[in-house]
Design a protein around this ligand. Sequence first.
Ligand SMILES: *Cc1c(COP(=O)(O)O)cnc(C)c1O
Length: 400
Amino acid sequence: MSDQAFYSSLQQKLATLKDEGLFKPERVLASRQGAEVVAQDGRALINMCANNYLGLSGDVETQKAAAAALEKYGYGLSSVRFICGTQTVHKELEQALSKFLGTEDTILYAAAFDANGGVFEPLFDENDAIISDALNHASIIDGVRLCKAARYRYANNDMADLEKQLIAARDAGKRHKIIVTDGVFSMDGTIAQLDKIVELAEKYGALTMIDESHASGFMGATGRGTHEHCGVIGKIDIITGTLGKALGGAMGGFTSGKKEVIETLRQKSRPYLFSNTLAPMIAGASLAVLERISRSTELRDRLHENTAYFRKEIERIGFTIKPGTHPVVPVMLFEAPVAQKFAARMFELGVLLSGFFYPVVPMGQARVRVQISSAHTREQLDTVLKAFEQAGKELGIIKN
Ligand SMILES: *Cc1c(COP(=O)(O)O)cnc(C)c1O
């Protein structure tokens, strides 16, 4: 406590963040997660900014599955997996995920952040090359940093640039090359072109890895993910993902792939070896979620109906969106102050939204990001669209 300058410098940096409008306050909910939430002041809000794509976060069936696992397996393990922290429910979930994703084996983590943080270092070294999309998630960037492999970056979703980087890695004599991409990019709702990526991987003898955090459970005809959507099931070497978004929303992550990859990670992956096991109630609930969405495509179908409806109507009102089909719908407002004012006005009108602006998205690309859920009713979507129309007119974004 003797270095006062340290604390002053932090205070100054925090003040600067606030001055620049980059400080992130936390919104406090007084209710469970859902299509409708209650704010701390008691106001009901329609929630358009959760990753709750299948509406399972605050769902009673999910909760009951968690409660059943809690009852059977207890609250926690006080152990990492390999000492005394593996229960039958963890093995069952790993098997179920492998079956769902079309892979040989799966390893669980406390978060997808840990899965990505612990996947590269055990598998690759300075003789290898990691070829990574420029917009990949922060956890992939950090995971790559922890590994000695050479790093090549290609422009977002740019297959010509990816090929250039593959050639550069080949010409540098790299032993193994792995192409790494988010299956879906969360700021734009862009879907990676996995069919083309697999083709390039085959051409240059590279491995492929996708992060399915914004895809597992609802992309593709039966919700298996972007690899199903793009017709490349069985052709992706490594799949990482989260249990904290569509697949129940509590927390937890996974890496899935060939047996020898997963076995190596169990032996060497640091966030797995040196961090506590996933709580059994989360494993149990995730297992129930996988069973539920494998039994029926109802939730997924409703999600895509809702998404198509919202995308069509928001454009009809006169807003500009990033085109696509994903439930992430970026409504473009371009200027940061407009995005901020817009999100604040929507909050007053009872709609919870988040605004994004530079440096999170490129300069001049400020937006509010809408995230559709299967739990939204048509009535709720119509209420949100009306609020968009009102706020849009008030702020002169759309014409009367
Ligand atoms: C959300 C997200 C993560 C982190 O997931 P957690 O399980 O919350 O750690 C990792 N990668 C991508 C692409 C994500 O969107």
